[in-house]
Design a binder for this molecule. Structure first.
Ligand code: NAP
Length: 505
């Protein structure tokens, strides 16, 4: 069995003590083991701060962008092996694994291009210069510079490649060294990606570290110049925010947590129309892609009460033929959940939803081994459906009468809300009503070719959301850099400031 090692302090290190075993969730076969016991995490962070930070800050944005491009190219060359690991260790179908790995490569390339567009400068200008007094001499200018600490990234199990790459791309381009901690159960993909990056010496020493295994005391060593970007459950996010050193040193924290994403069908949409078919396709894709283990997946399917029966019948018909099984088989459309405990949580969650709703679709013929859960469509619900995320292939149909935004906003903050309508008045009212509760709103339209649906996070747009979604924000093109940089207001004589920022007085 392979032993996964951590790459910290410029070296590969295997931990000591009893390891966690990583399984193939479709067959329950052990694949690898990992432990972080015995690794000096305080020293790992200090190495990143003292070696990686200065090396990255000595480069311009364009040079850091070129580093990201070289990582993207190296991962592209390793794509087949990464896909195989996603299938074996993540329970991904090939298409699910591509979604993760190609998403990682695409995001690295997008940030490489942002680096090129920001050019040969080392600091970012934030807005225009401002005349502060009666005379033009008294001048102000906001700038942003990379923080002098380390960016710690703690990732969820469901996107081992994309989660690793999207956070690392933004931080490295901003000029901060990264220590990335993938979720242990699915760490094989991130571990292989790191082997490639280290093997080809693509980054300066200390710029990127990988911790495989439990986080142990890692976060207790974070200080005032460090930042922490966390993706995972709201519960762990809350625990992290409350760490005494995080509070005492005002460590900057970004939390990406769960979300009860809603898809709303407009009352103007006719059954069988292109808009209606698009809506059904997006719901089914989100329920089954990655076995519903996407933070952005549609959980609440909100339809006009007149269309409840049509949508129920049509979704049931579409879910019926979806083959669930070992994703190593090319005919399989949906794999298992990632771990036994994720399935136990999801089953528990379904029970909670069934206190108020009823099952209208589930499959009986699941494989005997592996952590499989059927695609499950529930109908009805009043409370739990707006409060509890079931992280699996589970969605609930909810009828509305009148204004859908009242139901949507009961989710208390989400990553994405999608809307399928051509009624401009309904679109405006719904968008304005739900916007303050979301990080992104997806307006489905059948004329958009190759629409990826609401579940795909694009590097150009922000990802995150208020309230239950963790209150965080990532990506969004160059906006994403702000988290890793300190904004400073310069106030003084205009020629002095202009010289400082490289402008001609
Ligand atoms: P989790 O149990 O909170 O774990 C997430 C990460 O935190 C893992 O790397 C885990 O490490 C680590 N961790 C656990 N306890 C920790 C602690 N006390 N201190 C520091 N790190 C700790 O979440 P999960 O079950 O893996 O992920 C599922 C959840 O993530 C779902 O609710 C989903 O909605 C959410 N999610 C959100 C987004 C988003 O972008 N908003 C994306 C994906 C997933 P170990 O694996 O070693 O335990």
């Amino acid at each position: 069995m392979q032993t996964l090692r951590s790459y910290v302090g410029g070296q590969w290190r295997a931990g000591s003590g009893s390891p966690q075993v990583l399984l193939n969730p479709a067959t329950e076969q052990p694949l690898a083991q990992a432990t972080s016991e015995g690794i000096d995490l305080r020293a790992a962070l200090e190495h990143a701060r003292s070696k990686g930070g200065p090396a990255l800050r000595a480069l311009t944005f364009a040079e850091r962008g070129a580093l990201l491009k070289s990582i993207a190219d190296a991962l592209q060359a390793e794509r087949d092996a990464l896909l195989e690991l996603g299938i074996a260790n993540g329970g991904n179908t090939r298409s699910d694994a591509k979604f993760d790995v190609d998403g990682a490569i695409g995001t690295l390339l997008a940030y490489a291009e942002i680096g090129i567009s920001l050019g040969g400068q080392g600091l970012l200008l934030d807005g225009e210069g401002i005349q502060l007094g009666r005379s033009a001499r008294f001048h102000g200018q906001h700038i942003a510079l990379p923080r002098h600490g380390v960016a710690v990234h703690v990732n969820a199990f469901n996107f081992p490649a994309w989660g690793f790459a999207e956070k690392a791309a933004t931080a490295l381009l901003a000029g901060m060294p990264v220590l990335s901690k993938p979720a242990t159960s699915s760490a094989m993909v991130a571990h292989r990606a790191m082997e490639v990056i280290v093997g080809k010496k693509l980054l300066p020493e200390g710029a990127l570290s990988l911790l495989v295994g439990a986080p142990r005391d890692l976060l207790t060593h974070l200080g005032p110049q460090d930042v922490l970007a966390f993706t995972g459950s709201g519960e762990t996010g809350a625990r992290i925010r409350a760490l005494p050193n995080v509070i005492a040193h005002s460590v900057r924290v970004n939390v990406e947590a769960d979300s009860l994403n809603a898809a709303v069908l407009g009352a103007d949409v006719a059954p069988r129309s292109d808009m209606y078919e698009l809506f059904l396709k997006d719901v089914v894709r989100d329920m089954t892609q990655k076995a519903g283990q996407k933070c952005t997946a549609i959980r609440r399917v909100i339809v006009p009460k007149e269309l409840l029966e049509d949508t129920r019948n049509d979704l049931v018909e579409l879910l019926g033929p979806i083959r669930v099984g070992d994703p190593a088989d090319d005919e399989v459309r949906m794999g298992p959940l990632a771990t036994a405990s994720q399935r136990a949580d999801a089953r528990e969650g379904v029970k909670r939803l069934l206190d108020e709703g009823k099952i209208v679709f589930e499959k009986q013929d699941l494989p005997g081994k592996g952590f499989f859960l059927s695609p499950t469509l529930i109908e009805g619900g009043a409370k739990a459906v707006h409060e509890h995320e079931v992280f699996g292939p589970v969605a609930t149909l909810l009828p509305y009468d009148g204004h859908p935004e009242k139901i949507v906003t009961r989710g208390n903050g989400g990553l994405v809300c999608s809307l399928y309508s051509e009624d401009q008045a309904l679109i405006e009212k719904t968008v304005l009503g739900v916007a303050p509760y979301h990080g992104r709103i997806f307006l489905g339209h059948p004329k958009i070719e190759l629409s990826p649906g609401p579940g795909t996070v694009l590097p150009q747009l922000v990802h995150g959301g208020p309230g239950r979604a963790g209150g965080g924000e990532e990506l969004g093109g160059a906006r994403g850099l702000a988290f890793y940089m300190q904004r400073v207001a310069l106030e003084g004589s205009r020629p002095v400031i202009q010289k400082l920022i490289g402008q001609k007085p």
